[in-house]
Ligand binder design. Structure first.
Ligand code: MIC
Ligand code: SF4
Length: 760
């Protein structure tokens, strides 16, 4: 590795990346014989070999060389356990670990952080020592949410990174191709191997006009989510362009790219522009802004693409920013989108609880200086009129730098003055790290947040909580009325003195006029003498467990499998491996496997989520217990699912747990990208019904065979034989998207098994 990892990306790394970008773009233009979109340039710029890299969108698998790797504490544990097992001396690519997910929100920033340092000390110490030993930069708890810190310190226009978190695409706001991956993919890159992924399609979103009134960057992506739905971006890079793009701040662009994860997009990007330059300078990266200016022509679409987008993109969406109004999405899915003017009707029609039980501003999506500034402007107007929030309002700053700056500039005080509580610079309630005492489990209630996900039970573990998502200003405006059906753009508030008060649309600086206050530095560099660092995993720990490689395939067709569950409706990674309290066990495969499918709705046991039927006895039991019972009896199993199975997070636990508990294949109507990749990595067969209607043929007491594995090849069809208990048999064809390399992983037992052999 060239230079040790520091607290920011060195300009030398960017300069080298731009030289390669320029050379490879020339090769790309020549090979395709046409101008290139920005996203194509970045991909060519990072191709392992631009002369031969696959270019067939949605078909080829290709090798890329990302500039950086980032991991957060909840996923880094499993990633680093795999890295340790691979037996490599140090990481080959600049890599950082960020402690943000394990801090529980309870009373407020200081106390919550202190409690987290105490309760998670074993895990933090593991992450810190592995980082120190392997040349990884470590951001300690309290320094901020991974994506905000990456945007402030590491992202750069035209770069490429991978991160073990699905919202890694946040860095697309600064023009980076930033892709969320599972830990095993990150381990490949840390080990010096390329990142292999399917060549994405390109969706163009042409922005015209300018955001006005209450509309915020968040509303752009909420609108796009409504258009494309949670699976519409699957396998695609979403490229924003057009005159409207330049009117949005860099952090606003990051909000839009961040939530591209919610439409399944591989990543989203904006071209380099003045706003990006301004952000780089404001965050102390003038040298990188200068380099980007020099290479500006490579950091945007070729002019022909802007002029005739339909010739270059697989799909083009047009959005007039001037016509956009605030939106709210939810409950339960981020694509159930409504403009604020239609929410009141929906509340009446659908019977959503109208009282808001809590309002939350923050998460990696919306916790920038500008976000807090706009929220604070609403708060100042409210305070002047004597208004206070009518429901608890919680604020999570995105990073220590944002926190220190909004404190210095009085914005935190503005929010506190109307009754807000400030939480630690962390994920907090966004990932269920919320000790909520005001609402009992099972109580139906409404929350609003500026987060990105609203799957059932995600924030507070209560599947009866209806979660709606909007911009920070929308959340604060709603908190002031306490009602979900209140259209703050048209209606007046009632002040304590009886007068009616209208708030004007918020305005705020996108960047601090006085510059950022860095606050307390949270970066710990890797050890100068790695040999002296020892890594300790206590064999009796209930939080960390060294991994044992999964067994290799024995060369036989799979037979005698049971169907553990047939998932109905949405089956996200939050359904497969819930977070919240389970985050405690993210480094302990045996323990975390006790949550397997606890959130899943099973057609065979529909009374409540997480239940299954033991095919041998007909008994209804919890799914983790059933998986264990099968495993103990030497019975392997498959899981069956519907559309977009594995939507959401990058957590590879959702693939490792099934593998560990005896799952051999997952057969679904369609997969979300990261989860499908994770299943392949861990040696689980990801199969899709060739005829989606065959989903209906799977029965609770089937015995299943999977044949054709000896002849497994890219594009081959696998036969799934369903032997029903009544003696009848259905043979159904299933497809897969495995390349030769993926098939090797299956044969070896997992991708890591191959890597471990190569690494030694
Ligand atoms: C999420 O938002 O779901 C998470 C928690 O950040 C996950 C990662 C994880 O499960 O640790 C993600 O988005 O990838
Ligand atoms: Fe953290 Fe939430 Fe962002 Fe995931 S979506 S990284 S949990 S803030």
């Amino acid at each position: 590795m060239a230079e040790p990892v520091g607290p920011t990306t060195p300009a030398s790394l960017v300069a080298a990346a731009y030289e390669r970008l320029a050379a490879n773009v020339a090769i790309g233009r020549e090979r395709l014989g046409r101008p290139l979109a920005f996203g194509e340039k970045v991909l060519f710029g990072h191709a392992d070999d631009a002369a031969t890299v696959g270019v067939a969108r949605g078909v080829d698998y290709s090798d890329y060389r990302p500039d950086r790797v980032a991991m957060q504490d909840a996923t880094a544990q499993m990633a680093l356990l795999q890295l340790v097992l691979a037996g490599l001396p140090s990481v080959a690519v600049p890599t950082t670990v960020h402690c943000d997910h394990l801090i529980q929100a309870r009373v407020g920033a200081d106390t919550d952080l202190r409690v987290a340092l105490d309760t998670n000390s074993e895990v933090y110490e593991f992450l810190r020592s592995v980082s120190a030993k392997y040349g990884i930069g470590f951001w300690k708890p309290g320094s901020g949410i991974i994506h905000q810190v990456v945007l402030e310190q590491y992202a750069f226009p035209g770069g490429m990174m991978i991160g073990t978190d699905s919202h890694t695409p946040n860095a697309g706001g600064l023009g980076m191709v930033a892709i969320g991956v599972g830990g095993a993919d990150a381990v490949d890159v840390m080990a010096g191997w390329p990142y292999n992924t399917r060549v994405p399609k390109h969706i163009g979103v042409r922005l015209t006009g300018e955001l006005a009134g209450w509309a915020a960057a968040k509303d752009v992506i909420l609108k796009v989510a409504g258009i494309l739905t949670v699976k519409g971006g699957t396998g695609a890079i979403v490229e924003y362009f057009g005159p409207g793009a330049e009117t949005i701040s860099a952090t606003g662009k990051a909000t839009i790219c961040n939530m591209g994860a919610e439409i399944g997009a591989t990543c989203s990007i904006f071209p380099y522009d003045l706003a990006a330059a301004k952000y780089l300078k404001s965050t102390g990266r003038e040298a990188i802004a200068d380099l980007a200016d020099e290479y500006a022509a490579f950091l945007r679409n070729d002019p022909e693409v802007d002029a005739e987008p339909n010739r270059f993109y697989d799909r083009v969406i047009e959005i007039d920013l001037s016509a956009l109004e605030p939106h709210l999405v939810g409950p339960h899915t981020p694509d159930l989108d409504r403009p604020i003017s239609e929410v009141a009707d929906a509340v009446r029609r659908e019977g959503y609880p109208v009282e808001i039980s809590t309002a939350l501003v923050g998460s990696c999506t919306n916790s920038s200086y500008e976000d807090i500034g706009r929220a604070a402007h609403i708060a100042r107007q409210a305070a002047a009129a004597g208004l206070r929030v009518q429901t608890p309002l919680m604020i999570t700053p995105g990073s220590e730098q944002v926190r220190a700056t909004i404190e210095r500039d009085g914005l935190l005080a503005d929010l506190e003055a109307i009754g807000a509580t400030v939480l630690a610079n962390a994920c907090g309630p966004c990932i269920g790290q919320w000790q909520r005492d005001d609402i009992a489990k099972g109580e139906v209630n409404t929350i609003v947040s500026s987060f990105n996900r609203n799957f059932p039970a995600r924030n507070d573990g209560n599947k009866e909580t209806l979660s709606f998502i909007g911009s920070p200003e929308t959340v604060v405006a709603l908190a002031l009325s306490g009602r979900l059906d209140f259209d703050f753009t048209r209606e007046a508030y009632r002040a304590p003195d009886g007068t009616s008060v209208r708030l004007v649309a918020p305005t705020a600086d996108d960047l601090p006029v006085k510059g950022f206050d860095a606050g307390e530095s949270g970066f710990i560099p890797p050890a100068a003498d790695p040999a002296r660092v020892s890594i300790v995993v206590d064999p009796s720990s209930d939080r960390l467990e060294l991994l044992t490689p999964f067994p290799a395939w024995d060369g036989r067709e799979l037979a005698g499998l049971r169907v553990l569950l047939k998932a109905t409706g949405k089956c996200t990674t939050d359904h497969i491996s819930p977070a919240g309290p389970w985050l405690t066990y993210r480094g302990h495969l045996t323990n975390i496997s006790q949550n397997l499918f606890l959130g899943a709705n099973n057609a065979f046991a529909p009374a409540e989520p997480g239940q299954g039927v033991d095919a041998r006895t007909g008994e209804v039991v919890a799914l983790p217990a059933l998986a264990k019972a099968y495993k103990d009896a030497g019975i392997e199993w498959i899981a069956v699912g519907d559309e977009n199975y594995g939507e959401g997070s990058s957590r590879e636990h959702a693939a490792m747990e099934p593998r560990f508990m005896g799952g051999r294949a997952v057969l679904v109507r369609s997969f979300a990208r990261i989860h499908e990749a994770n299943l392949k990595k861990q040696g689980v067969l990801p199969l899709t019904f060739a005829a989606p209607g065959d989903y209906g043929k799977v029965r609770v007491d089937d015995e299943v065979e999977i044949t054709g594995l000896g002849k497994l090849a890219p594009g081959s069809i696998v036969t799934v034989v369903l032997r029903h208990a009544d003696g009848t048999v259905d043979e159904i064809p299933a497809k897969h998207t495995m390349s030769e390399e993926h098939i090797e992983w299956f044969r070896a037992g997992s991708a890591l098994n191959l890597l471990a052999v190569a690494g030694r």
